[in-house]
Design a protein around this ligand. Structure first.
Ligand code: AMP
Ligand code: MG
Length: 496
């Protein structure tokens, strides 16, 4: 390893601007942490575009120095590593948790002035590791990298992935796997569960400190409102309602919507057993441990509301002096969720169908297309894209009578729009993706990286999914648009 002074001097030119506001909060919020020493860190991938957006320049660093940095071996100047405390409802059951395998290096100030968390995931044990090893495997970290970057390209709020390093050490799961560390960038890592942690400890003083901190960081427009805690709850609900609608509109299934995986910022966080649906069916579930389908595709809005109820419960002492008064306020706000979600979902569906005007029958039009898809096991992504491509979509599946009937109805509806159909289709092509991270393609890319140290398959897929609206060459389009012939046995696993 380079000597410390050299590393420090090299790092000064990177552009880090740490200002660690979270670690200045009271002790109850976190524990000091130290990334574990790892044997032979090796850079697997670095997100140059993201680095540039963050105002960071790694060009002056050798690959070894970059690997050492993102393995937490040479900490950036200004970093103050901590593990954050939180709790959460996991599959409905409350547990005290905390960062068991993630270490927050601190908050970096962007050129825009915004602060973002820089976190190492898989960097070793912390005070919250319980029986876990604090480590992560290469496959799941690359999985988070590619899916989070795909989500970003789809315009969906998400944490980002800056780098993955292999540690040169094995991690033991069902089998021995290659260890790795992901550098995650987030608006913050404050979760519903961070609030649940304090209320579980009956620490109302710190609960207020956390709420004020979260409002200041994510909802500064609310800071001076007299009823700011209730408005804060509403604002979080608004972002979550929109987020879950956005997931559904691209066929995304988060897979583990525990309250510790719900961010106050409204970003998608913690890519574990997530997956994109192929054939449309609201009951689609891929997660191996979600046998009841709690976190299935169609259940996601109801679960978001359930999670928001847990969040609201943890805010009760701040909402009103009397408990029953606070409960009434929270319940009233929470009851608005279904309509709020529906509004975002329907607006998104209208756009997917090229509709700008609002008409009463639009919901039915969208729902009857979904019903057709479900009955015919039609691919969710490709159906919308095919509708965007041509006057009449190409493919045998579109020859059946019920589809023709739906298409006629849609054309009739489009004829009442102000723009010509061709302009509607141009708009549709800018928001109905041609390329999503198909599960079998992701698996293939991860297998090449894990088994043969071959990142080329991953790089090609990353390139395709980060330009989701482009069909690319005919060969690429065929490769990336084709769903698997059968995915009935496909299962995803929690990202440990
Ligand atoms: P997740 O399923 O990744 O959201 O993690 C749920 C909880 O388990 C969090 O508190 C994690 O920090 C913790 N955890 C997950 N994997 C590990 C691990 N390998 N070692 C220690 N803690 C872990
Ligand atoms: Mg988590």
């Amino acid at each position: 390893m380079a000597d410390l002074n050299a590393a420090g001097a090299e790092q000064n030119s990177i552009g880090w601007r740490f200002d660690n506001t979270y670690s200045r909060l009271p002790d109850a919020f976190f524990a000091a942490a130290k990334p574990a020493t790892v044997k032979a860190p090796r850079l697997v991938i670095l997100n140059h575009q993201l680095a540039q957006k963050l105002g960071l320049d790694f060009n002056g660093l050798s690959p070894d120095a970059i690997a050492s940095l993102f393995a937490g071996q040479d900490l950036p100047s200004g970093a103050k590593p901590i593990a954050q405390a939180y709790a959460g409802h996991q599959y409905g059951h409350f547990t005290m948790l905390g960062d068991g395998r993630a270490i927050l290096l601190g908050e970096h100030r962007l050129p825009s002035g915004q602060l973002v968390d820089i976190q190492l995931k898989g960097a070793g044990q912390t005070q919250f590791s319980r029986r876990g090893d604090g480590r992560a495997a290469l496959g799941p970290m690359l999985r988070e990298y590619i899916i989070s970057e795909a989500m970003f390209a789809l315009g969906i709020p998400t944490t980002r992935s800056l780098a993955v390093v292999a540690t040169g050490e094995p991690v033991y799961r069902q089998t021995a796997q290659k260890g790795a560390i992901l550098t995650r960038v987030a608006a913050s890592h404050i979760r519903f569960g961070t609030f649940e942690y304090l209320i579980a400890r009956r620490d109302e003083a710190n609960l207020r400190v956390l709420a004020d901190y979260a409002i200041g960081r994510h909802y500064p427009e609310l800071v001076n409102l007299p009823n700011r805690y209730l408005e804060f709850f509403r604002a979080v609900m608004e972002r979550q309602a929109k987020l879950v609608a956005q997931w559904q509109l691209v066929g995304f299934i988060h897979g583990v919507m525990n309250t510790d995986n719900m961010a106050i910022s409204g970003e998608t966080i913690d890519y574990g057993p997530c997956a994109f649906m192929n054939a449309y069916h609201p009951d689609t579930v891929y997660s191996s441990i979600d046998s009841g389908g709690r976190y299935g595709y169609g259940n996601q809005p109801a679960i978001t509301q359930w999670n928001l109820a847990r969040f609201a419960e943890s805010l009760l002492p701040l909402l009103a002096p009397q408990q029953d008064q606070a409960v009434a306020l929270a319940a009233e706000a929470l009851n608005e969720f279904p309509a709020l979600h529906k509004q975002h979902w329907l607006a998104g569906m209208r756009a997917k169908l090229g509709l700008e005007r609002i008409e009463a029958g639009d919901q039915e039009l969208a729902e009857s297309l979904l019903a057709w898809m479900q009955e015919n096991e039609a691919d969710f992504t490709n159906t919308f894209r095919d509708l965007s491509e041509a006057e009449y979509p190409t493919g045998d599946q579109y020859q059946d009578a019920s589809f023709r009937a739906w298409h006629t109805q849609w054309q009739l509806r489009l004829s009442r729009e102000e723009r010509p159909n061709s302009s509607a289709r141009t708009a549709m092509r800018a928001l109905n993706p041609a390329v999503i991270p198909r599960n079998h393609r992701v698996e293939e890319a991860l297998a090449a990286a894990e088994d043969h140290d071959d990142l080329s398959v991953f790089q090609r897929l990353l390139d395709a999914v980060t330009k989701p609206y482009e069909l690319g060459s005919e060969a690429a389009a065929a490769a990336y648009r084709q769903p698997p012939s059968d995915e009935s046995t496909y299962r995803t696993f929690c990202g440990t």
